[in-house]
Design a protein. Sequence first.
Length: 379
Amino acid sequence: MPAPVIDFNRPSLAGKELEYIQDAFSRAHISGDGYYSKKCHAFLETTLGVRRALLTTSCTHALEMAALLLNIQPGDEVIVPSFTFVSTVNAFVLRGARPIFIDIRPDTLNLDETRLEALLTPRTRAVLPVHYAGVACEMDTILEITARAQVPVVEDNAHGLFGRYKGRFLGTMGALATQSFHETKNITCGEGGALLINQPDLVERAEIIREKGTNRSRFFRGMVDKYTWVDVGSSYLPSDILAAILFGQLEAWQTIQARRQCLWETYAAGLSAWASAHDVRLPFVPEDAQQAYHMFYLLLPSLEIRTRLIQHLKDRGIYSVFHYLPLHLSDMGQQFGGRPGDCPVTEDVSDRLLRLPFHNALTTSALEQVISALHDFTF
Ligand SMILES: *Cc1c(COP(=O)(O)O)cnc(C)c1O
């Protein structure tokens, strides 16, 4: 019998998700902002210490809300890493912004803060650090440069929930931050996200934008006697069924994070000698960063080796994936003037990075199989 397949990602129940779905029905409220949405909001606000947390239908939509909240207009510039998921950029391009791609640091693969100052112009309206793999960007420098230029920071924290920088939770340092609860993230409800609002004067308008441009939230709090259309907006709130699933996962966050830490450390211990013997680099986590254990990646010596290694693993039923293709070289990125050589570290890393299977239900024995399959590979 062939060995069972080891998936790259696999969603799993953490605890009471199914019970909570049933309970949401018995409360007769499955549209947005019901009992479980409020539980999730309160959990995120108190655990992370953010002024306001609002669930959204995705991290993409939380980023779109951020672009609306910051009044991004055609011709505005936003500084964003080329090495990220397309939504970090697209949410702002939808409002007519021009992306200014910044290269990454070769160690953490985070936005290279030493290049930031030179990319600021009088048209810069936002800077978007992505805490890659849940490892913090160099936030002191980024916050200092952006404060001087009076440019808001939006943290794309899709990878970094519960990660920290110098003790502070990721997602609590920018004016705004966004989370993802997509199936591939540490905590999931299938598709979902959240907007974290740290700048108090953005809270009220965020609630309005999320509720189709109406002051419905204020109406429900008894602050106005009727609700009406007051601003632009859309429908960014998820069903309370999704919030019920999410709350079941959030409640188990410490177990989930402890499990992921254990998996990450088992990979690191099992691969460190192998990596140094074969010129493979393992993830780097600076001392200031308490990582969120979102992924385990390898930086291989070449594209050719990566291609062969993916096949070698696949032949043994092990699924590994790579990302991101540099955004400045994509069809859209080139329309914004992106050219080869603009972000050399991004271009190099993109060819050599490989992500190993990593999810909450990965067993230690499956993980040992991945490690031994890597040891069997001929460079
Ligand atoms: C997953 C991800 C997103 C998008 O999340 P969705 O919830 O799928 O919209 C955005 N940015 C980064 C860095 C991501 O990894």
